[in-house]
Design a protein around this ligand. Structure first.
Ligand code: SDX
Length: 429
């Protein structure tokens, strides 16, 4: 196998070194391309462009493979916890029992928010989307922790890691409580991570609240399955914003904003809305599939398709199995779950989807579980963000410590007006 590629242009030659990854991914190193040939590259959506060398998560889109630090997602889903997998993703190795206990304690002891942040929620209208509140509150957290937010100080990064993982569920739950006019419920140090979140979401002062262990188990699995996904839109956003050396809170806030989009993490909310529309259209999946296929109609089936996976998203397979169990236990027969199955079957047997290798992705079934848990639609992307946080932190840490990292500043192909002289306003047509 050659260790370089030759780029010839206008008599100039660039011998581009070929970088080979641990899973035999091959990349052209074009860092000297412009200096050698005057050429830049053009790659909308970066579909062919590697932005980093990373050892965190490996995806094989054709094979439907996902591994966190080399461990298959199926094994972690079966045997690991969200905090254990978060430790693995952030620090690179499975923790010893003592390391995990220490990590869990550090997270538990940082779940409270500064009391002044309570007024922060009052500034938002009841109808505010919780992703807007989450992004704003995460950036605002940096103002309360100026003692430890230097992105180049290892201890500041460690403390910020605990604070973010610990406080995001509290911010999320309080945003929900604010939207329904209920009192904020404080975190409890005697509860596990998912249990604490559910308690803050659904407990009320007037009566005792007991977390359903099956719901907590399902939520832990969902957080774990969302924990990282290499250079997706929001992780790339965290890396790009972080490359300016702004503090971690601000970079993570940018990631939350990117995830909110309906083409990314916001899709789990859109999927359930789409399934409800199909239900209200007497289950007419065929018309929704034909709309999605119509080149003149921008409509797409939410929860289908993926930039990398051209096979089943392994997370969707696991989530579908969980959905079957949890939905059955919590709500019995859910017409939307049945419609989802019919839609999946219709799409997967349709040439349009087969030719484009469009399969259900992580968002297709996850929203149905959140809905069965009693969460409102607009909280679905928030749960995606809580799950994805350890991945964003790991990607940010890898970026900030990579000697190859420079501030992210892509070039462009300029297509605007060429030079022209200013025209005084009275002389304009
Ligand atoms: C996530 O990157 C990650 O890893 C993301 C994620 C993570 O964990 O971080 O996995 C989470 O964001 C999952 C994706 C959630 N989004 C959705 O479910 C929204 C619906 N899907 C799409 O909009 C789309 O599939 C994307 C955004 C996910 C991927 O877009 P790409 O890779 O840019 O693909 P494309 O738009 O170039 O589509 C290729 C073709 C096009 O048709 P043609 O122009 O070839 O005729 O497939 C079609 C598209 O029109 N297509 C769809 C479709 N998705 C793609 N047609 C109908 N319905 C869809 N859902």
């Amino acid at each position: 196998m050659s260790d370089h590629a030759r780029v010839e242009f206008d008599g100039q030659v660039y011998e581009a070194p070929v970088i080979v990854g641990s899973e035999r991914e091959q990349a052209l190193d074009i860092s000297r391309l412009r200096a050698s040939t005057g050429l830049i590259t053009y790659d909308p959506g970066y579909a062919n462009t590697g932005s980093a060398k990373s050892g965190i998560t490996y995806l094989d889109g054709e094979g439907g493979i996902l591994r966190y630090r080399g461990y298959p997602i199926e094994q972690l889903a079966q045997d690991s916890s969200f905090l254990e997998s978060s430790y693995l993703i952030i620090y690179g190795e499975l923790p010893t029992r003592a390391e995990l206990d220490d990590f869990r304690t550090n997270v538990t002891l940082h779940t409270l928010l500064h009391e002044d942040i309570r007024r922060f929620f009052d500034a938002f209208p009841k109808s505010a989307h919780p992703m807007a509140i989450l992004a704003a509150a995460t950036a605002a957290l940096s103002t309360f922790y100026q003692d430890h937010y230097d992105p180049l100080n290892a201890w500041d990064v460690e403390v910020s890691t605990y604070r973010l993982i610990a406080k995001l569920p509290t911010v999320a739950a309080w945003a929900y409580k604010k939207s329904i006019g209920q009192a904020y419920v404080y975190p409890r140090n005697d509860l596990g991570y998912a249990e604490n979140f559910l308690h803050m979401m659904f407990a009320v002062e007037a009566e005792p609240y007991t977390v359903d262990p099956d719901v907590a188990k399902a939520l832990t699995l969902l957080f774990l399955l969302h924990a990282d996904h290499e250079q997706n839109c929001s992780a790339s956003t965290v890396r790009l914003v972080g490359s300016s050396h702004v503090n971690m809170f601000a970079a993570i806030s940018a990631g939350i904003t990117a995830l909110w989009g309906p083409r990314h993490g916001g899709a789990n909310q859109e999927v359930v809305q789409m399934l409800a529309e199909i239900r209200d259209a007497d289950g007419d999946t065929a018309s929704f599939v034909s709309r999605a296929k119509d080149p003149d109609d921008p409509y797409r089936l939410f929860g289908f398709g993926h930039r990398v996976y051209k096979n089943f998203d392994p997370r969707a397979t696991i989530i579908k199995e969980t959905a079957d169990t949890v939905i059955g236990k919590l709500v019995g027969d859910d017409p939307l779950f049945e419609i989802a199955g019919e839609l999946e079957e219709a799409a997967l047997s349709d040439d349009y989807f087969i030719e484009r290798k469009l399969y259900p992705n992580v968002d297709f079934y996850s929203g149905l579980i959140y809905r069965a848990m009693g969460l409102p639609l607009n909280m679905f992307p928030v749960l995606f963000a809580i799950g994805r946080l350890p991945g964003w932190i790991a990607q940010w840490k890898e970026m900030i410590s990579d000697p190859d990292t420079r501030i992210g500043r892509p070039r462009q192909v300029y297509t605007g007006a060429t030079e022209r002289a200013y025209v005084p306003i009275d002389e304009r047509a």
